[in-house]
Design a protein around this ligand. Structure first.
Ligand code: HEC
Length: 279
C-alpha cells in the first residue's frame, strides 16, 4: 500500500507540473558509465579508479614513479598504530566495525536505516570514538582521522565498491540530494561539479586536466604534494567549491555525505585503491 502512494504522488506532480520524470539510481549509473565510456574509449573501465591518470598519459608516468615510493606510507603505518591502540576504556576501533574494520572500506558510505542518514567511514570512525568516550577527530587538515582512514582503505585494496541503495524513501532522498548538489551550478563562477568532471572532463583548466567524475572515492584519502599531507574526500570537495568561489560545507555535513553517497554509487564496480597520491 505504502509503495503505491509513493509511486502515484510523483506521477500526479508530473502530470500537473510537467516535471521531468526522475530516473532511478540504476538508470543514472548506466548513463554515467556510458558517458565516460564514450568520452574515453581507450580507458578500460577498471582504470577510472586512477582519476586523471586514467585519461592523461603524459602525467601518468611521473605518478607511477611516485607510487613506487608512496609518500603516504608513513600515514598508513601511523593509521595502523592508532587503529590498534586501545581507548582509555580498553576497547579498540575493531569493536565498532564488521570484520574488525579490516577490508571494509568498499561498504562505505551506506544508508543507516535506524539513524535515517548516510554513514561515511570517517563519520563511523568518530561515532566509534564517541561510543567509547573519546573526543572526535578533526575531519580536515589530515592528521589522525586521515591516517586511520588511509589504513582502513589500504586493508581494503582490491575490494570492489558495491553500494546498495535500500528501497526506502529516505535513502532515495539522500541519493537525490547528493545528485542534485553534483549537478547544481554554484559560486561566483557558476559551475557545477558535473560541468568540470562530467561535461568538460579531460579538458585543461589552467595547469590541470579535470578528472572523470567516475571513480573519485576509490582512492581517498589522497596525499597531495601541494599540501604535503593527506586530504580527505570532504576536504577535497571543499577545495573544489573554493575554486569556484562557492561557500564550502562543513566536513561530514549532510550535504557532503549525500554527495559522497551519490558519487560512490556512481563508482560501483571499481576497486578500492586508496590511499592515493596526487599533485
Ligand atoms: C572549475 C572546475 C571544477 C569544478 C566546478 C569542480 N572541480 Fe573538482 N577538480 C577540478 C580540478 C582541476 C581538479 C584537479 C585535477 C583532477 O581532476 O584530478 C579537481 C579535483 C577533484 C577531486 C580529486 C580527484 C582525485 O582523483 O584525486 C575530486 C574528488 C573533485 N574534484 C570533486 C569535485 C566535486 C564533488 C565538485 C563539486 C562540488 C567539484 N569537484 C567541482 C576542477 C573542478
Amino acid at each position: 500500500m505504502k509503495m503505491k502512494k509513493f509511486l502515484i504522488i510523483p506521477f500526479i506532480v508530473l502530470l500537473i507540473f510537467g516535471i521531468e520524470a526522475k530516473t532511478s539510481p540504476e538508470e543514472d549509473l548506466t548513463d554515467f558509465r556510458n558517458h565516460f565510456k564514450e568520452l574515453f574509449p581507450n580507458t578500460p573501465f577498471s582504470d577510472f579508479a586512477n582519476g586523471v591518470y586514467s585519461i592523461d598519459k603524459s602525467s601518468r608516468e611521473q605518478w607511477e614513479s611516485i607510487e613506487d615510493f608512496p609518500p603516504y606510507e608513513i600515514n598508513i603505518e601511523n593509521g595502523e598504530e592508532l587503529f590498534n591502540e586501545p581507548f582509555k576504556n580498553g576497547n579498540k576501533y575493531a569493536s565498532c566495525f564488521e570484520n574488525g574494520g579490516i577490508g571494509i572500506r568498499q561498504n562505505y558510505p551506506y544508508f543507516d536505516e535506524n539513524k535515517n542518514k548516510i554513514i561515511t567511514l570517517e563519520l563511523a570512525i568518530n561515532n566509534c570514538r564517541k561510543k567509547n568516550n573519546e573526543k572526535p577527530l578533526n575531519y580536515y587538515k589530515g592528521g589522525d582521522m586521515a591516517d586511520i582512514s588511509a589504513y582502513m582503505a589500504y586493508t581494503s585494496r582490491g575490494n570492489i565498491i558495491n553500494i546498495e541503495i535500500p528501497n526506502n524513501m529516505e535513502a532515495l532522498d539522500a541519493y537525490e540530494a547528493g545528485k542534485r548538489l553534483y549537478f547544481t551550478k554554484k559560486g561566483q563562477l557558476n559551475f557545477s561539479c558535473a560541468d568540470c568532471h562530467v561535461w568538460k572532463s579531460g579538458t585543461k583548466l589552467r595547469a590541470d586536466i579535470t578528472s572523470p567524475g567516475i571513480g573519485h572515492p576509490t582512492h581517498f584519502p589522497v596525499y597531495r604534494s601541494v599540501a604535503g599531507r593527506l586530504v580527505t574526500l570532504h576536504e577535497r570537495y571543499a577545495g573544489c567549491l573554493n575554486r569556484i568561489r562557492a561557500k564550502p560545507y562543513k566536513g561530514q555535513s549532510a550535504e557532503y555525505r549525500n554527495l559522497e553517497y551519490f558519487m560512490t554509487f556512481m563508482s560501483n564496480g571499481l576497486e578500492i585503491n586508496g590511499p592515493g597520491s596526487r599533485k
